[in-house]
Design a binder for this molecule. Structure first.
Ligand SMILES: [Zn+2]
Ligand SMILES: [Zn+2]
Length: 292
């Protein structure tokens, strides 16, 4: 598992890499553009080249891209749909340029409309987006289940993969805060293991390319997306330790998105805590103490 955090790209990708090194991350996540604006970022070729040079040799082994929050691939509004596709293509092409693990995308919201039609609209945009980039995977993130968001269950995520054409570049990014809020009881090793058995069966765990490790301020089934620092939320130390040591997540980037202990972006102490919890989880699994 590559313990990592979301970092700012202020000043460019080389600076983002430096922030990752500074906090002690083995993986970083960046936004492909300002997450609250439609305007794409004009990434400078020398910045991209500099970043790629650093990635070949540094402590940071993987980069994940997060698509912008404004994106709603399920929107009935033609203008929003068009802009969502454009920002998705922009993100995937950046992913190609920097060898990203994938672009993480919130699949969208039907905003009160019919779910079947919304899924169809998402599928069309995802297929078009993938066709506009060479290699970069597209990772659908599970949601906390608020409102009419799509992707709150494995059935829905599997459906999204299907309507998007089932391409092998389509993957998953599971966020433990969203999972808990969406009603998956993953607070123990056993609970998480059962949930991941379902993931295997319904979507296929080979689709899983990245996890987000955030604690949750709101309880099981609350359908609210409120991140807490690791160990300080409803998952707690034990829940986060179980998530960070799940055997099916081995080798994947595990990105903490914050806010961290200081109430800000992921910092050194958050990465340290993640590693502590991972060790605790691995020890517990070795002992098998919490097994029935
Ligand atoms: Zn997330
Ligand atoms: Zn979230």
């Amino acid at each position: 598992m590559l313990i990592g955090g979301h970092v700012s790209t202020a000043g460019g990708l080389v600076n983002a890499h430096a922030r990752g090194v500074e906090i002690g991350a083995e993986a970083i996540q960046v936004f492909s553009q300002n997450p609250r604006q439609w305007r794409p970022t004009n990434w400078k070729p020398d910045d991209v080249a500099g970043f790629n040079g650093l990635m070949g040799s540094g402590p940071v082994e993987a980069v994940v891209i997060h698509a912008v929050y404004l994106t709603n691939c399920a929107s009935r509004d033609k203008e929003i749909a068009r802009k969502s596709l454009a920002s998705l293509v922009h993100a995937l092409r950046l992913g190609d340029a920097i060898g990203a693990v994938g672009v993480v995308l919130h699949p969208g919201s039907s905003l009160g409309g019919q779910k079947a039609a919304a899924l169809k609209r998402v599928g069309k945009i995802l297929r078009e987006g993938l066709a506009e980039a060479e290699r970069c995977p597209l990772l659908l993130e599970d949601t906390a289940g608020a409102g009419d968001t799509l992707g709150r269950s494995f059935e829905e995520l599997a459906k999204l993969v299907e309507v998007a054409g089932g391409d092998e570049r389509l993957g998953l990014c599971l966020d433990c805060c969203h999972m808990l809020a969406s009603g998956f009881d993953i607070r123990t090793e056993e609970g998480l293991s059962r949930v991941m058995d379902d993931c295997d069966e319904i979507v296929g765990s080979d689709r899983l390319r990245c996890v987000h490790v955030n604690d949750s301020m709101t309880p099981l089934g609350s359908n609210r997306d409120r991140h807490a620092p690791l160990g300080e939320g409803e998952l707690g130390d034990a829940g986060c330790a179980a998530f960070l040591s799940e055997p099916r997540f081995e080798g994947l980037p595990a990105i903490f998105e914050g806010p961290g202990f200081a109430g800000k972006a992921p910092a050194k102490e958050d990465m340290k805590k993640a590693r502590q919890l991972r060790r605790r989880g691995l020890r517990s699994r070795e002992r098998g103490v919490s097994r029935p």
